[in-house]
Every structure is written in C-alpha cells, then in structure tokens.
Design a protein around this ligand. Sequence first.
Ligand SMILES: NC(=O)N[C@@H](O)C(=O)O
Ligand code: NI
Length: 175
Amino acid sequence: MSRTILAEPLTADAFAPFGDVLEVSGQPDKIINAGRCGRYHDRARLDFGPEGRAGISIFESRAVAFPVEVDLVERHPEGSQAFVSMTGHAFLVVVAPDEDGRPGTPQAFVAAPGQGINFHRGTWHGVLTPLHEPGLFAVVDRIGTTANLEEYRFETPYRVEPGQDAIETGPIRTA
Ligand SMILES: NC(=O)N[C@@H](O)C(=O)O
Ligand code: NI
C-alpha cells in the first residue's frame, strides 16, 4: 500500500523552504563577455561547514519513469547539495519538511529543462532521480571526512505521479 503525491512544476517560491532553484530568472545581475552573456550572479546559498570543502562530482544515474516509488529520503547535516543536469533533461525532486528530526509529508517537483536545484544544509530529500537518459549530473556538495548523511525509510512508501502542469520535455531546445 502506498500514498500518492503529485509532482508539481518547480518554482523558486515553492522550493524556498528547502533550497534554491538554479535558473535564469529576472534580469541578469551583470552583462559580461563583451556583452554576449548575462551573469545571474550568486543565486544559491552554498554551505560546506567549518570542516568541509566544496567539491564537484559527476553522477551518472539510471533514469526512472512515473509513477516513482519513494520509500527513502536522506539529508546532509553538514552541507548543501546542488544537482545540475548536464543534458538539460527534466528530473524529479522530492523534499520533505523536518518534524522533530523526522521527515514530514514529502513534496515532489519536476525540474524542467534549464532548472537545477540546491538543497540547503539538512533538507530532507529523495536521492537524485533523472526522468530521462542519460542521467548525467554535476553535483556540488561537501567533501569531508565524515559521512554527512542521515537516511530515513518510510514505513509506507509514497507513489509520485506527475501533476497536470509538470513539464517533462526532453533537452532544452534553442529557440
Ligand atoms: N549519496 C550521494 O552522494 N547522493 C545523494 O546525496 C543524493 O542526494 O543523490
Ligand atoms: Ni543527497
């Protein structure tokens, strides 16, 4: 028996309690490269703790298809974690509020092509979940000597279905 949640489109406002959405939004903060490039400057709150350092790892993960069963979430108590698709495909993001040290009811979002995410330190989240192959991502997170990982397994899994507005199209297409 599982409980169903609907994945909604990822927006900065809806995701704000959990982290940052990495996307082109508003006007660029700086125009650089001889006017050819807009820089959307410093758009995520990164945190690697006093003992850790920033690292970029490459994740090559198998893609999944809806409905997606979520029976496990995790969090990183010592640092933030960012997922940046290297193929421009959509991916599923599952987060949950903390309720006295345990995850509450999860929320699911579909990150559209052109969106990445950065979980703030300690945010309960599902693991990297690509929706299209290849599931190739750059992951910016804490490198350190501790595990920096707390996992929680739900007694009853959640079944994530796409909400009607969730965007799943393939790679970003230039105009
Ligand atoms: N464990 C690991 O490196 N990845 C997870 O943290 C994840 O969120 O995918
Ligand atoms: Ni993680």
